[in-house]
Design a protein around this ligand. Structure first.
Ligand SMILES: [Zn+2]
Length: 346
């Protein structure tokens, strides 16, 4: 088969699209004929190399894909050839204390398809049946292949961790990125009043289209000052921060007393200064979040399949242009998801 792959970590030029041994599914796995896949920032980190993660080379990147079941392993009963499926990339062991307690995202052996093990940016992928969800007829492959990771992440952040209530105020940073544009829609769906930041007027217009009540161009304005002005100095109840070092102090400064900041990543770096005085005096809550449970995945994907939430596709490229696709994420070009499709499907 043809697959996106790299044999060493580095810049986008380490990526190639070429011949790779056909996957050989285990008894608990399903062979998926990939129709569309999507990039996440995780793919950029994995390509550059993450401390503590030693990949088997060559590595196939990619955590999001959708396609048609080609064959199933002997132990698989949930799927059969011809079924339409999407990948949900979080893998848990099923038997540690946290899995047994019902939260596989806390699994001591938690890992992510594409980050720790070979991914799905290829013509075919062997995926554990537990990591597949059915896709109804009528859902576009681009939508099916670009939803799972960012929507489950944003759903858990807002609904499970921050427990957003109708009428609360939510600030979503970086609303043009995958998690940002999902969080914006979910906060709105939950009945919150939503503030969104982005770096250009075009991106802010998209954010408004998706439901943002107020938008802030963080290139021109200090977003914490702007939030204080917009909220009569009160601040917001919840900040969704996936940006990290560049925004952290302003995220805390944007919160109302008793507010919650929820983080799922740190694309600009993991070690910002933190004003602890602000945290205790204002009684702030700092919440971490990673991926979603199978139940959370079911809940949010159903809303996407029904059209209440939607991934925006900024561009669709052949997998042979994976380098360009990575570049679009690294340069923060455009709004929403970058989709890649096997060249043989175009
Ligand atoms: Zn476990």
């Amino acid at each position: 088969m043809q697959a996106v792959q790299f044999s060493e970590h580095g810049d986008t030029d380490v990526l190639e699209y070429g011949e790779f041994a056909d996957p050989d599914p285990d008894d608990d796995e399903v062979l998926v004929d990939v129709k569309a896949a999507a990039l996440n920032h995780l793919d950029v980190w994995t390509r550059r190399g993450l401390p503590g993660i030693d990949l088997e080379m060559p590595h196939i990147p990619g955590s999001d894909a959708a396609g048609v079941v080609e064959s199933v392993g002997d132990d698989v009963s949930r799927f059969e050839p011809g079924d339409r499926v999407a990948v949900s990339a979080g893998v848990s062991c099923g038997h540690c204390e946290f899995c047994r307690d019902g939260d596989p995202t806390l699994c001591v052996n938690f890992h992510i398809i594409g980050e720790h093990v070979r991914g799905v940016h290829a013509e075919q992928a062997a995926v554990p049946a537990d990591n597949l969800v059915p896709v109804p007829d009528g859902v576009d492959w681009e939508v099916a292949g670009s939803t799972s990771l960012v929507f489950q992440t944003a759903w858990r952040m807002l609904m499970t961790r921050a427990e957003v209530k109708p009428g609360e105020t939510v600030l979503v940073l970086g609303a043009s990125g995958g998690v940002g544009h999902a969080a914006l829609q979910i906060a709105k769906y939950a009945g919150a009043e939503v503030y969104a930041t982005a770096s250009s007027e075009v991106k802010l217009e998209y954010a408004r289209e998706l439901g943002a009540d107020e938008v802030i161009n963080y290139e021109n304005e200090d977003f914490a000052d702007e939030i204080r002005d917009l909220t009569g100095r009160r601040g917001v109840d919840v900040v969704v921060d996936h940006v990290g070092a560049a925004t952290w102090q302003n995220s805390l400064a944007s919160l109302a007393k008793g507010g919650r900041v929820v983080t799922c990543g740190a694309t600009t770096g993991p070690n910002p200064e933190t004003d602890i005085n602000r945290i205790f005096w204002n009684q702030l809550n700092v919440l971490g979040s990673t991926m979603g449970t199978p139940g959370e995945v079911d809940d949010v994907l159903e809303l996407v399949w029904e059209g209440h939430l939607e991934p925006r596709v900024r561009d669709t490229l052949p997998m042979s242009e994976a380098s360009r696709a990575h570049e679009m994420l690294e340069n923060r070009e455009g709004f929403g998801k970058v989709v890649v499709v096997p060249d043989s499907e175009l």
